[in-house]
Design a protein. Structure first.
Length: 215
């Protein structure tokens, strides 16, 4: 399963990973946070670095930000041409459909934060010295483009909300509520997958006898 988390700065993506996925055995979780691409990554197609982090069979993959940055940030900041951004929506749909065809359930969550709540959370980081490390000056830069980002999200969600990989918009002003919603979504998907304990690759009765003999 692949959980994709998107949202504005301070929307609670990290909290979802810690408080919801933190309840899962870490051996079964593959977590990746996509930052600005490296020179090597920029030399390839935008999906190249994403495909390298797709979870293997039996794993829960978590993307804290994802390939959607390449249509969101690139649209708002004009890092790519409008034609290139437009072409990426279809390529994202094809990529996610391919994942589903190969047996991966794709769960996409947009943590919908209000502008006022983001202000309060950013200010709280500045007011608390123990949270200064969480503040980035670029967060204010992006906040100045709030309307542009909201429009970019609306377009991206409408263009990539498919039957194979639908979007779930989760209200994020209350952290506990957002975490509860994502936990319920994960529970629903896992219930549909119906994972089972792996079968023993050995003769259980024989090994029981050996253990008793060695007691």
């Amino acid at each position: 399963m692949l959980l994709i988390l998107q949202g504005m700065d301070t929307s609670g993506k990290g909290g979802i990973v810690r408080h919801v996925l933190g309840l899962v055995d870490p051996q079964g979780v593959s977590h990746h946070s996509f930052k600005a691409p490296t020179p090597e990554e920029r030399a390839h197609d935008f999906l190249w670095r994403i495909e390298r982090q797709v979870p293997q069979a039996g794993m829960i993959g978590v993307f804290d930000r994802s390939h959607y940055e390449d249509v969101l940030v690139h649209r708002v900041r004009k890092l790519s041409t409008a034609e290139e951004v437009e072409s990426r929506y279809g390529r994202i749909n094809d990529f996610e459909q391919r994942l589903v065809n190969q047996g991966t359930r794709v769960l996409k969550v947009f943590l919908h934060l209000s502008r006022e709540e983001q202000y309060q959370r950013l200010m709280a980081r500045l007011d608390d010295p123990t949270k200064h490390w969480k503040f980035a000056t670029g967060d204010v830069d992006d906040r100045l483009l709030w309307d542009e980002y909201q429009s970019a999200y609306e377009i991206a969600i409408s263009r990539t909300n498919t039957k194979a990989a639908p979007w779930y918009v989760v209200p994020a002003d209350h952290k506990w509520a957002a975490r509860w919603c994502v936990a319920k979504l994960l529970q629903q998907v896992l219930g549909e997958i119906n994972p089972q304990w792996p079968q023993a690759t050995y003769d259980v009765a024989a090994q029981r006898s050996r253990l008793e003999a060695a007691h």
